[in-house]
Design a protein around this ligand. Structure first.
Ligand code: HEC
Length: 108
């Protein structure tokens, strides 16, 4: 019985030895899209002036696609909850820009 077990163990070791050698090859990887700049478009300046102090472009751009109303409420939340000094007059331009950028973005 012990001999059989030992033989089995040897067999297992032998099997390991004959396993195919692994060959590593160069591979390219694609990093997640991390936009470092806001795309051109109407309202871009308003976003830079009012939002970029706290957020990198990727934080604002990599959001689930939401409605205009939702963007209005997000900008409202920035102002009331986070005390972002967002110029009231710039809000429509900011909302337009965020909606425009999300619509222009290829579906992911
Ligand atoms: C005073 C700093 C400040 C400014 C200015 C600011 N935010 Fe925010 N924002 C925050 C904080 C704090 C959070 C919550 C924590 C986080 O997600 O990083 C946040 C979260 C967000 C989020 C994540 C989604 C959510 O609902 O929480 C989005 C999108 C966003 N901000 C967009 C904007 C836009 C657009 C502007 C310009 C109108 C803006 N922020 C201006 C502080 C700011």
């Amino acid at each position: 019985m012990r001999a059989a077990a030992a033989a089995l163990a040897l067999l297992a070791l032998a099997a390991c030895d004959s396993a195919p050698k692994v060959a590593f090859a160069d591979a390219s990887i694609t990093l997640p899209d991390d936009p470092l700049d806001l795309p051109e478009g109407p309202g871009r300046d308003a976003v830079l002036e009012n939002c970029a102090a706290c957020h990198s472009p990727s934080t604002m751009l990599q959001q689930p696609k939401v409605s205009r109303e939702k963007w209005e409420s997000i900008v409202g939340k920035m102002r009331t909850l986070y005390k972002a000094p967002v110029d009231e007059a710039a809000v429509p331009a900011i909302v337009d820009y965020m909606v425009h950028v999300q619509e222009a973005r290829p579906a992911s």
